[in-house]
Design a protein around this ligand. Structure first.
Ligand SMILES: [Zn+2]
Length: 496
């Protein structure tokens, strides 16, 4: 009996002793992070590793300071802790095809609109250099409250440039010959553009000269395939990103060379049409025909070439689908106009009200074909980037990028592939993949905290709990306030 009692006492002592030791052990390993905050027990969606469940993430300064399993990375209650349970942390999103210069009134609010919808970086694909540079400099001087901005400056176009400022905004520079193309490209390089963009009315010689400068400077060369060329030629010369899959179909037919000859004849432009009209006529005479006569072999050869040269593709599915399918007339889309500043909102509403709901079969076929080609590219492991063309075509800045992701998934990409196209791929494109685009230790803390799992439904990227830009935690209340202020036409104030 006595023995038994002493046995129990001993066991009890041992139990509490272990408990005490355990507590001491865990106290010793609970860590306090100074000047930091922690997102506790959150799920991570990483472009490379997929879903990682229940981890602690520590953000310090502008970086992801630590990531760890809660049993190993124990957080002292003294830390500033955000409850991440049942939430999903993804890298901040890029819209890789925007035009600030297209609507300068709206552009005043675009950085905040982007950030408030989780778009932490954008790639501007054409506009006046100094204007875009000022937006880029704002972002560089205050990265915690502005999305990162990468710029090409103006489109470099040929003698009959399309965006010459007469009907369309002046997004391009006219270069009449090879030496002008070289001179203008060198000027842009000297000014410090982040990449270059070549346009449709260039001659092959002009395009080649621009591509040589891009290669020498180690700058990406974006663009449309010039109408004087075929896509495989342009890509082999250095077109390492193609916007809107533009003019791919013109080579994907049986007798593409005779079509090329016909285009070159038209490009002589004997009747001196404007660049806009001339391009319109060429598209009119060839694009639909090409999509109606795609030859499997020619099409496959093009995809193989794109893959071989790792040329990034920015399909901009929304700039096709939203206007062609008249998505902008639908309620869910019209609601997004509420995000816009008053003058833009009224203009867009007026234009949308005055539109009809007619869907043209030929245009629909083209939009569907672009979606099919996008999934064929994804299957071929061609690098894709999510971009929209906002603010053209009723594409509400920020909101439309989330729709682009939905269209990618609707086309046949997985949710993770769509997220990768808006995170890791653009980081790779700008050779920043060692510091941006993943949820990883020491990476820049550009992140979105979501309420629901985007791998279950890509539309969940819109269900935002908080946006983190350069380490700056912007909670939902603040995001809502920013959007309210834009829509009420409040003066633009830096976010804190
Ligand atoms: Zn564009």
């Amino acid at each position: 009996m006595l023995n038994n009692i002493s046995g129990i006492v001993f066991v009890k002592f041992k139990f509490y002793g272990l408990l005490l030791m355990g507590l001491m052990f865990s106290c010793e390993h609970e860590i306090y992070f100074e000047n930091a905050y922690c997102i506790e027990k959150v799920n991570i969606v990483d472009p490379l590793e997929g879903l990682k469940k229940i981890v602690n993430v520590v953000i310090k300064g502008n970086k992801i300071h630590q990531i760890g399993n809660p049993h190993q990375l124990k957080l002292s209650p003294k830390n500033k802790i955000i409850d991440g349970s049942n939430k999903y942390l993804i890298p901040g999103l890029w819209d890789s095809h925007v035009h600030f210069y297209f609507d300068r009134q709206l552009a005043l609010h675009m950085p905040e609109l982007f950030l408030s919808t989780g778009i932490t970086s954008v790639r501007d694909t054409g506009g006046e250099f100094h204007y875009l540079d000022s937006i880029r400099q704002n972002a560089l001087s205050d990265p915690k409250t502005h999305p990162r901005v990468k710029i090409a400056g103006p489109l470099i176009d040929g003698n009959f440039n399309v965006y010459n400022g007469s009907v369309l905004p002046e997004l391009s520079i006219r270069t009449r010959n090879v030496s002008e193309s070289i001179a203008e490209t060198e000027k842009l390089v000297a000014k410090g553009v982040d990449f270059l963009k070549a346009y449709e009315m260039l001659s092959p010689e002009q395009f080649e000269a621009i591509a040589a400068i891009a290669a020498r400077e180690n700058l990406r060369l974006a663009g449309h395939v010039p109408l004087s060329m075929e896509i495989t030629h342009a890509i082999s010369l250095g077109l390492n990103s193609l916007e809107h899959i533009k003019n791919l179909e013109l080579e994907a037919v049986k007798k593409s060379d005779s079509m090329l000859q016909e285009r070159r004849k038209m490009l002589e432009n004997k009747s001196l049409l404007s660049g806009r009209e001339l391009r319109g006529n060429i598209h009119q005479s060839q694009k639909q025909f090409a999509v109606d006569h795609i030859a499997a072999n020619a099409y496959q050869k093009i995809l193989d070439t794109i893959k071989k040269y790792e040329s990034y593709q920015v399909p901009t599915l929304s700039i096709y689908k939203v206007p062609i399918y008249k998505i902008f007339r639908q309620d869910f889309w019209r609601k997004s106009f509420k995000l816009l500043p008053k003058s833009t909102r009224e203009q867009w509403e007026k234009n949308a009200d005055g539109s009809n709901d007619k869907i043209y079969p030929a245009q629909k076929k083209f939009s569907d074909w672009i979606q099919k080609t996008t999934v064929a590219m994804a299957k071929a492991k061609i690098p894709l980037m999510a971009g929209t063309d906002t603010p053209l075509g009723y594409l509400t800045p920020g909101f439309s990028l989330h729709y682009e992701l939905e269209l990618m998934v609707e086309s046949g990409l997985s949710e993770l592939e769509a997220i990768t196209a808006a995170t890791l791929q653009p980081a790779k494109y700008f050779r920043m993949q060692d510091s941006l685009g993943l949820v990883k230790k020491d990476y820049i803390a550009d992140l979105i905290l979501l309420n629901e799992n985007p791998l279950e439904d890509i539309a969940n990227t819109k269900d935002i709990f908080a946006v983190i830009k350069d380490g700056n935690y912007i909670d939902k209340a603040r995001l809502d306030q920013i959007q309210k202020d834009i829509s009420n036409g409040m003066p633009i104030t830096a976010m804190d």
